[in-house]
Design a protein around this ligand. Sequence first.
Ligand SMILES: [Zn+2]
Length: 151
Amino acid sequence: MDAFARAAEGAPEHCPACGGGVVLDPPDAAADGPCPHCGNLLWFVRKCSDGAVVLTFLPGLMAGEEAMDKVDQVRAAAASADRLVLNLSHMRFISSMFLGMLVVMHRELLAANRTARLCGLHADAMEVFRVNQLERLFEIHEDERAALSSF
Ligand SMILES: [Zn+2]
């Protein structure tokens, strides 16, 4: 199996565990893979863009006993960001664990007077958001560029 996340110097996307640059290859990768630097499973990558932090989620399953570790990783990666964009364009399936994480993040951001935007939701994901009334909690934009320019 080819690791889709190639190591790359100066890449905009970074492994949240070790900070090494990674390339999403192909850009619409359908599976997560190990970080080429530290070997940790990459289920999201982090980049800074125009003073905002963008977390791009990969389709790693948010389930099981590792889920709480994953949530903590996301909260840590988002902690310093005044402007936060969560890019869900790689996710075809939105688990209840993932939704729960978003609700927790929403509360924390609100308490810190910070803000987040979501972008790249597929139609199925959008429906899940509607059913769970999450579209009221987050401003949702079509793509990353629109989300970044909305701050
Ligand atoms: Zn790494």
